[in-house]
Design a protein around this ligand. Structure first.
Ligand SMILES: [Zn+2]
Length: 339
């Protein structure tokens, strides 16, 4: 049934039976007014009566109990039209006839399908905006190559990203500090956590390697006001490899401003570092000496973030047979996911 016909029928459903209409039209017939207006009233009456007669005829052909004239229900609203799918409607009230049930099932399924498609487009957009480095794009909790040594850290991060609760029921802090030596998979874990928050919670995220971020923020760098406000406002900010940047009073000041703001807002921040929190604080303290910004920075991170130490073999050491094994397993999961 096309859209115009459905709307015509929906109008008919709202009309009274012919006899009732005829009576009302007779009552309403205006007296002592100009012939032009009388003519206009007559035309209207004729139209109403013709439609009502059509409706009565249709009604007689419908199964008993049906009041929808085959459109399925009343109070129709149309789905937003998409380029490739036919327009569909849903009703606030559905008729109990076969047409009513058919229209209801189609509308429900179609609505669910369109919602899912809309959501997946939204996730795609958010992932693209999150600026996750190419090498970490495929990192998810399903494909993360957790080894025996990194299993505990992996589990904690997964619980943090999904239910924000440890396995003994403790509520985890809003942010995350992932420490551990080079190559144990901290960045991959941060990317997987970010991806989880984007896919499940539709959060806006931004992934930044700290040295690149500082290069962009440096006077004369290619940052703009958008970058600065994004660092403050984005739902999840990943600061990858904190402590790898060249230490200076300026970098310390800049990092402190970003982290202090997010600490103040209790905004979710995922920090990875090869250094422990103590080493970070010490490293920054050495830069500005008596100002104590380094110690304050360390304290902010300590207060806001759940500290997770990631152990395990160096995942970048592909010559190691143990690494080859976990990577092959992760690869297999990834391929199954794509198939
Ligand atoms: Zn019906």
């Amino acid at each position: 049934m096309n859209r115009q016909r459905t709307e015509e029928l929906a109008e008919l459903v709202a009309l009274s039976p012919t006899d009732e209409l005829r009576r009302r039209c007779e009552e309403d017939r205006p007296a002592n007014i100009s012939p032009v207006i009388q003519e206009w009233h007559l035309k209207n009456m004729e139209r109403f009566l013709r439609q009502a007669a059509e409706r009565d005829e249709l009604q007689a052909s419908r199964p008993s109990g049906c009041w929808c004239l085959g459109i399925g229900g009343r109070n129709i609203s149309w789905f937003e039209e998409e380029p490739d799918s036919p327009a569909l409607y849903e009703c606030k009230v559905y008729c109990d006839c076969d047409d009513g049930r058919r229209v209801q099932v189609t509308a429900t399924e179609e609505r669910a399908r369109r919602r899912a498609a809309q959501r997946s487009r939204q996730v795609g957009r958010l992932l693209a905006e999150a600026n996750i480095p190419w090498r970490l794009r495929s990192c998810t909790f399903d494909t993360y190559p957790a080894s025996a040594a990194s299993r505990d850290a992996f589990e904690l991060v997964r619980r943090w990203a999904t239910i924000l609760e440890s396995d003994d029921g403790r509520v985890l802090k809003n942010s995350l500090l992932l420490t551990g030596r080079t190559g144990v998979g901290k960045s991959g874990l941060a990317a997987a956590a970010l991806r989880q928050l984007i896919e499940a919670e539709l959060m806006h995220g931004a992934f930044w390697a700290v040295p690149q971020l500082l290069a962009a923020l440096r006077p004369g760098g290619d940052s703009d006001d958008d970058l600065v406000s994004s660092l403050q406002e984005v739902d999840v900010l990943v600061l990858d490899d904190l402590g790898a940047e060249k230490p200076s009073a300026w970098t310390l000041d800049t990092l402190f401003t970003i982290i202090d703001h997010r600490h103040g807002e209790d905004a979710t921040t995922i920090i990875t570092s090869n250094l422990s929190l103590e080493q970070l604080a010490k490293r920054y303290s050495a830069v500005d000496g008596e100002l104590d910004t380094g110690a304050r920075l360390g304290w902010r991170i300590f207060e806001m973030a759940e500290a997770v130490h990631v152990q395990g073999p160096n995942l970048r050491d592909r010559a190691d047979p143990a690494i080859r094994k976990v990577l092959a397993e992760a690869d297999a999961v990834l391929r199954r996911g794509r198939a």
